[in-house]
Design a binder for this molecule. Structure first.
Ligand code: ZN
Length: 132
């Protein structure tokens, strides 16, 4: 491995409320990674936009990343501005559904990459990360 390689490309939301925890989570669990910070994390892939897939392509070709990590979170403004949710559970359900769709899109386009889906739950004073 040389200095221009990294194993992962990580997508997370821009939301300042969990940025420190997210950075720690990435550092502790994934090490050196290409990072894409965008409102709604990988939501735009589910919406059919291709510019986020281009980021994966660049990371994969340039840094030989082999894993895509998708971190989505509860109470996400990007999701709340696109959809009407009646409960936090409903929001999570929609995001999980999107993540499964996004995973399929990524695997179809980049068959040699693996995808990991992470849910970040905002608590009163903490953030809990769990694998989906
Ligand atoms: Zn968000």
């Amino acid at each position: 491995m040389n200095d221009h390689n990294c194993q992962n490309i990580v997508f997370h939301c821009i939301d300042f409320r969990l940025i420190n925890e997210t950075n720690d989570f990435i550092k502790n669990n994934y090490g050196g990674s290409d990072i894409v910070s965008v409102a709604g994390s990988s939501k735009e892939i589910a919406d059919g936009n291709s510019y986020l897939l281009k980021q994966i392509e660049i990371s994969h070709n340039l840094h030989h990343s082999s894993k895509v990590v998708l971190i989505h979170h509860s109470d996400c403004g990007a999701y709340k501005s696109s959809y009407q949710f009646n409960s936090p559970e409903e929001e999570k359900e929609k995001q999980v559904k999107d993540l499964l769709k996004i995973e399929l899109i990524i695997k179809e386009r980049f068959p040699d990459m693996t995808v990991e889906k992470i849910w970040a739950e905002l608590g009163e004073n903490n953030v809990t990360f769990s694998k989906l």
